[in-house]
Design a protein around this ligand. Structure first.
Ligand code: SF4
Length: 378
């Protein structure tokens, strides 16, 4: 049996946020039911193709999974277990929006086996939340956090965004301090990206939105690293911080280049040398599965070169770095020989470090990750 992760994309949101380009549609009860039936059919088809796999982690992401009721989410977990064996102690995460997920639903989710909650707080600041177009406010975020805790979840992540136009370093620090007072096990911190075809993108094109300058963004990132490290968090991935023992096992699977299956509209999967992407059109997704056909938009058979590139680029995101032994075990070649020129150049620039068996980003490299990754494209 091969271990793998499972990502489930729930394509519904209460309302679209101003910066978001994720695949999500307005939640409607009848549509959600059609989606669930299609999802079960996809799980069934996949389980026939991958009948020698056991799930180590399950991640319900979106969209807003908690647009669905506790019962509906429990049905999904049941559906997964009907088609795939799930390892004892598997990590099962569900993302939630602070404006959704009431106590009753959370209790049902916990009973269904969900053991990790990731709350999309984004900012503890009403002015900024409103600017982002979030549907929740500060007091709802706090209330939701306490409810999740009271229901008994002992592994909670908070998502926060920085480098938002109009957000000062002080605003950002205030959000971090509030987050720390809540004492979550995990924090994911993302810098705001202006994605194409979002309201923010059009504001940017019209000159109404001025992105935060690079210096401020850099210092916001450094402020976060210092604040969270001082509070006892491990900075284990470019954007992720955890209390010891609480790193996200599902996401570590991606960064360690382990196989995963993805179900739902727009979901990706990676298994063996196959990388696939589902259609992001919800109607087409449902229609394919009604005809018992996998809703694939793209299937790519990765060459050895593709896999080497991805292995290094994903692995460098983790602060521990890429294991030279793992690279050799997987590809039968030496990472230092294949990428000798690039590695020498990046070490000289102070962006990479060689620490024993690991090649890792330096502190400077953490902020310039994309520049470093570009060097590893063969
Ligand atoms: S809640 Fe999340 S997925 Fe939904 S629109 Fe907002 S950012 Fe996008």
């Amino acid at each position: 049996m091969e271990s793998c992760g499972l990502y489930i994309h729930i394509p519904f949101c209460l309302r679209k946020c101003n910066y978001c380009d994720f695949i999500s549609f307005e939640y409607k009860k009848e549509l959600a039911e059609e989606f669930l039936l299609a999802l079960f059919s996809e799980l069934s088809l996949l389980s026939q193709e991958y009948d020698q796999t056991i799930l180590e982690t399950i991640y319900l992401g979106g969209g807003t999974p908690t647009c669905l009721s506790g019962e509906e989410l429990a049905r999904i977990i049941e559906g997964v277990k009907e088609h795939f064996p799930v390892k004892e102690g598997a990590e099962i995460t569900c993302e939630m929006n602070p404006a959704t997920g009431v106590e009753k639903d959370l209790k049902i989710m916990r009973e269904a086996g969900i053991n990790r909650i990731s709350i999309g707080v984004q900012a503890f600041d009403d002015r900024i939340l409103q600017y982002l177009g979030r549907v929740h406010n500060l007091s709802e975020a706090l209330k939701t956090y306490y409810t999740v805790r009271e229901v008994g979840f002992d592994n909670i992540n908070l998502d926060l965004i920085f480098a938002i136009p109009g957000q000062t370093r002080k605003d950002w620090q205030d959000s971090l301090e509030i987050a720390l007072k809540l004492n979550p096990e995990h924090l994911s911190l993302y810098n705001l990206k202006i994605e194409e075809n979002t309201p923010f993108y059009y504001d940017y094109l019209n000159g109404k939105l001025k992105p935060v300058d690079e210096d401020t963004e850099y210092w916001m990132y450094q402020d976060a690293i210092n604040t969270l490290k001082n509070a006892g968090f491990e900075h284990y991935e470019i954007s992720n911080f955890a209390r010891p023992g609480y790193a996200s096992r599902h996401n570590l699977g991606y960064w360690h280049y382990k196989p995963y299956l993805g179900v739902g509209p727009g979901a990706h999967g990676f298994f063996g040398s196959l990388r696939y992407q589902n259609t992001d059109d919800l109607e087409e997704y449902i229609s394919c599965l009604t005809r018992n056909k996998l809703p694939r938009q793209e299937e790519l058979h990765l060459t050895c070169k593709d896999q080497m590139e991805e292995f290094v680029i994903m692995g460098l995101r983790v602060l521990e770095g890429v294991s030279l032994d793992e690279f050799r075990k997987r590809f039968g070649e030496s990472l230092l020989e294949i990428y000798g020129t690039q590695i020498k150049k990046l070490i000289k620039l102070g962006l990479l470090n060689l620490k024993g068996n690991y090649l890792a980003l330096t502190e400077k490299g953490l902020f310039l990750g994309n520049e470093v990754f570009a060097e590893f494209l063969l």
